[in-house]
Design a protein around this ligand. Structure first.
Ligand SMILES: N[C@@H](CCC(=O)N[C@@H](CS)C(=O)NCC(=O)O)C(=O)O
Length: 218
């Protein structure tokens, strides 16, 4: 049952997975509060006992909504889609829906987990940049290929979908790791297209309450 209480999003400003959910909430015009979880402070607040009760995977995001605590950004976006159908994030057409899910899976299973903080810590400071570049490049090659037949103005056709919610934060990560994005003109075009969209802008790391003030380009 839908609750009138404002949802609470456990989020970290630079987390691409939190960012996906922030975009979805914004697009659907669902007001929410942010509870920042620092992935850096004190060895990472995601690992503290209290937060482990919220998300046993010790990761952000988590969303408290309708009296439930939900984890996993894709599952959260689907819940929002099913309970708040306004401003749909999945197309009506079944083939297009499949394409949206394909792109989401490539990013959420095939790219982001391989360049996630906990993995990079394991890989080590010296090799982490090359490692992240390798997996992002491999995944973006596939995303670009899928987009070559699915994209219109956005990832799938001319409506913004969950695929766009996943793509834009992943492009930010790619830039953080200095991935050469020139071979991916469609990805770059869609990212540019969405840069000025108010829902995407408000969800941007630089506009988060826990973004450090000294961050360049804030
Ligand atoms: N599959 C999860 C992945 C969540 C995830 O990897 N979150 C990252 C930030 S984007 C995190 O909390 N990392 C903390 C860590 O690795 O210790 C989702 O989509 O929500």
């Amino acid at each position: 049952m839908k609750s009138l209480l404002k949802p609470i999003l456990y989020s970290y400003w630079r987390s691409s997975c939190s960012w996906r959910v922030r975009i979805a909430l914004n697009l659907k015009e669902i007001p929410y509060d942010i509870k920042p979880i620092s992935l850096i402070k004190s060895g990472g607040e995601q690992h503290c006992n209290e937060y482990r009760e919220v998300n046993p995977m010790e990761q952000v995001p988590a969303l408290q909504i309708d009296g439930h605590t939900l984890i996993e950004s894709l599952a959260i976006m689907h819940y929002l889609e099913e309970t708040r159908p306004q401003r749909p994030l999945l197309p009506q057409d079944v083939h297009k829906r499949a394409k949206v899910r394909e792109i989401c899976e490539i990013i959420c299973s095939g790219i982001q987990p391989l360049q996630n903080l906990i993995v990079l810590i394991h890989v080590g400071e010296e090799k982490k940049k090359e490692w992240a570049q390798h997996w992002i490049t491999r995944g973006f090659r596939a995303v670009e290929k899928v987009l070559s037949t699915s994209a219109g103005k956005y990832c799938v056709g001319d409506e913004i979908t969950m695929a766009d919610c996943c793509l834009v934060p992943q492009v930010f990560n790619a830039r953080r790791f200095h991935v050469d994005l020139r071979p991916y003109p469609i990805i770059l075009r869609i990212d540019r297209e969405l840069e000025s969209n108010p829902a995407f802008r408000a969800a941007h790391p630089s506009n988060q309450p826990d973004c450090p003030p000294e961050l360049p380009n804030k």
